[in-house]
Design a protein around this ligand. Sequence first.
Ligand code: ZN
Length: 244
Amino acid sequence: MSEYQALKEECCEANKQLPACNIVDLTFGNVSVADRERGVIAIKPSGVAYDSLKPEDIVVLALDAQPDENHVLDLEAIKIEGELRPSSDTPTHMRLYQAFGDILSVVHTHSRNATAYAQAGLPIPCMGTTHADYFYGEVPITRPINPEEIERHYEWETANVIIEAFQNIDPNQVNAALFHGHAPFVWGSSGAKAIENAFALEIIAEMTMKAQLLMPDAASLSQAQLDKHYLRKHGANAYYGQNT
Ligand SMILES: [Zn+2]
């Protein structure tokens, strides 16, 4: 039995939740989970259908790897377990774990409504309490990635562009980013939590888009109502739900 068995099972289950939550088409989505004590991430293999995915297919790699001086990140060289090639988005996941030190799972989807915002180059403003229950403010849109970054190392620099968008945002309070011209990246404290955040993102993207269609100038939620909804579920003074 692999010492990473539990991690691989969590990763496999989270990936299977992508179609179950209807936030993926074809194979445009992947989930990774991290074990920071062991210094590894587990991620979906590239191009494998979700319904046939098994824990033994999951690829385990070193968490702290960096591209070399030629901007190459040799995924085979840092692979710890797994026969298959890891997701082509692996460098993006890895870099996000390195920069956002508390997160334990990353989800990438092309869920349709959130992706529409990414393609339009627009953030998702917080217009309602559904949004405020999950994300403490606007879900940011990144700047477009530039040709030099694409040439240098596209997937690694994708994460750096996301990290740049969080200079003044706490990634533990806004667990999602819209990568300009591409799609959302979402994270959380476990595979299940990150999937829930990705599902919530898609729901609030649809709600916000419809609200903006009905009333293009509709105001964002007040700061007081945003504070009330977010802070009653998150942080030191949370009181929503049951104590566990
Ligand atoms: Zn993608």
